[in-house]
Each structure stands twice: as C-alpha cells, then as structure tokens.
Design a protein around this ligand. Structure first.
Ligand SMILES: [Zn+2]
Length: 224
C-alpha cells in the first residue's frame, strides 16, 4: 500500500475522531477566510504554514503560483477565482511564491523547456517579471536574481488578479484585500509584500498593526 493510502486509514482512525465536530459542521457549508494561490510544489504545506483548519482556506495551486490575466477564455484559475470571490465572498486573496521554485527557474531559462511545451507556454504569464529581473537585476548574482524573480512574479500575479472582473469589483467595494507572500522552504520564513514601501518584509512586520490589535483584544478578554 502506498504511504499516502496508509495515511488515509490513520486519518480515519486517529485524526478524524478528534475533529469530528468540525468535519460535521463543515458538511453544512464553507466560509473560507481566503483564496490562497500557491505553487504545486510538494514542499509547501499550506495548512501547516498558516496553521489553519479545513474550511479556512480555499486553495488553488499550479506550477509557479500563476494567475493568467482575465480574458473571455474560461480556465481553471479563472473559474476558481470567480467562485471564491463572487460566490464565497472571500475577504482576502493570497498569492504565495516560494524559494527553490522549479517553475521560476524554468521561467528564467525557457530555452531549456522545449521538451515541456505546456510549462513553457504557461510560464509566459511570468514573462514581465522575468524581463524586469533581467533588466534591473542584470548585474546581480544568480541567487539574488532568483529572489528578485520570486517577488516580482508575485507582484505580477497580483496585477493579473486585478484584471478579473469579480476581483476588480470587490476591490472597488472595499470588501477584498490582496496579499503577496514568499515562503522560504529552508527557514520556514514568510515575507509579505508591503505596497506602501514596495518591498517584501517579514510577515510579523507587515501585519504588525493587525497583530497589535489582536493582542489588545486578547488582553481585554482576559481581564474581563
Ligand atoms: Zn514552485
């Protein structure tokens, strides 16, 4: 039996009983806090990184955490974004890139991708990010160029998100917030895009105001 099939048996016997109430509640419907768009890379474990339970993240994964810009053509990403924003009314969308991303390595050198024609075409949605890095990062070392590309790709995909009518409308109404993250596989660190400074900063700095509010609410409830 493959390891993952044995895991299902263990889940049913050991994990499910501990969370049975949650699973029964979830069978009535979902109200996720975010649409979480990340790479298919096996080293990213969304629930572990964000410490979320089932029902909390609506997840779309693909090679390179890419969001094709909106067109009249229907695709899996477009339909999922439409459903998450217009039907589920998620208040947040996160685009999360990651270090050691094979897709982004391929995007930097598409000549090496002739045997993978679909990947090659798909990575065309990252071309503007690659061009930015090849221009403003041309004197940088390869590793620094890659770090820059991970960030630029996330920023580019956030721009693509804004071309989707449901996203544009929710942003205009003030009911949706966009977030750009990069996850570091080796250190577990997450940096988040700060639009004001146009930089990626540590997640605890990016959300310092929100964390302070949470801590304040906690201490209020403790003293009450
Ligand atoms: Zn990746």
């Amino acid at each position: 039996m493959p390891k993952f099939a044995a895991g299902v048996v263990r889940f049913q016997n050991e994990v499910y009983p501990q969370k049975q109430e949650l699973f029964e509640k979830l069978s009535q419907g979902q109200e996720p806090e975010a649409l979480f768009i990340t790479c298919s890379d096996s080293r990213i474990e969304t629930a572990m990184i964000t410490q979320t339970d089932p029902g909390e993240l609506f997840i779309c994964r693909n090679a390179g955490n890419i969001v094709p810009p909106h067109t009249s053509h229907t695709g899996g990403m477009t339909a999922s974004i439409e459903f998450a924003v217009a039907a589920l009314k998620v208040p947040h969308i996160v685009v999360c890139g990651h270090t050691e991303c094979g897709a982004m390595k391929g995007a930097m050198n598409t000549d090496g991708l002739d045997a993978l024609p679909h990947i090659k075409e798909w990575l065309g949605y990252s071309k503007a990010a690659v061009d930015i890095v090849k221009e403003i990062g041309k004197d940088k070392a390869e590793q620094d160029q890659m770090s820059m590309l991970l960030e630029q790709n996330v920023i580019l995909q956030l721009q693509h998100l804004r071309t989707h009518p449901t996203v544009a409308t929710a942003l205009a109404m003030g009911t949706l917030e966009l977030h750009g993250w990069v996850y570091d596989i080796k250190t577990g660190g997450v940096s988040a895009y700060d639009e004001d400074s146009n930089e990626f900063v540590a997640v605890n700095d990016r959300y310092a105001a929100e964390f302070a509010k949470l801590a304040g609410a906690d201490s209020c409830s403790h003293s009450a």
